[in-house]
Design a protein around this ligand. Structure first.
Ligand SMILES: NC(=O)c1ccc[n+]([C@@H]2O[C@H](COP(=O)([O-])OP(=O)(O)OC[C@H]3O[C@@H](n4cnc5c(N)ncnc54)[C@H](O)[C@@H]3O)[C@@H](O)[C@H]2O)c1
Length: 132
């Protein structure tokens, strides 16, 4: 039992139950089916947010997020971040990139595109959203 800091005397479960459409944040996690991303999705859901996970399953698997799929506040989208994406969200965590040397050296061009184009596309999305 711990508090997220939304209110010092409320437990995480109480805070979640008090959240509604206006206080619930919509959060995009790219690479959300990976090691770090899947745990981040879990945590963000537990904090009462709507989570959109975008992943092309290059190194991540659906097994990592299978337990989150029944949650109505979780959405999964197969998407490669080297291509532009437009979704309305309040925050973006860009974790899409193979992390272990075996994986990122397997296709160095794709790894570089994911790091560079992926970051540019996510920054572009952020800029688009700030103009809405
Ligand atoms: N694991 C660590 O200890 C650690 C430490 C520091 C930084 N990081 C960084 O955090 C990020 C995630 O690491 P991880 O350990 O979770 O790696 P991971 O390989 O488990 O997860 C990466 C996820 O990104 C997805 N992905 C790869 N290319 C993609 C693309 N083009 N479009 C969409 N999705 C794509 C993969 O399918 C996978 O689900 C990496 O950038 C890594 O460098 C990881």
């Amino acid at each position: 039992m711990f508090s997220t800091g939304w209110h010092p005397k409320l437990t995480l479960e109480h805070e979640m139950s008090l959240r509604n459409y206006s206080t619930r944040k919509r959060i995009l996690v790219t690479g959300g089916a990976g090691f770090l991303g899947s745990h981040l999705c879990e945590r963000l859901l537990a904090e009462g947010n709507d989570v959109l996970c975008a992943d092309n399953f290059y190194t991540g698997t659906k097994d990592n997020i299978a337990h989150l799929l029944p949650n109505p506040h979780f959405e999964l989208m197969r998407h490669d971040v080297t291509f532009p994406l437009f979704v309305e969200v309040d925050a973006i965590y860009n974790l899409a990139c193979p992390a272990s040397p075996i994986h990122y050296q397997f296709d160095p061009v794709q790894t570089t595109k994911t790091s560079v184009h992926g970051a540019i596309n996510m920054l572009g999305l952020r800029i688009c959203l700030s103009t809405l």
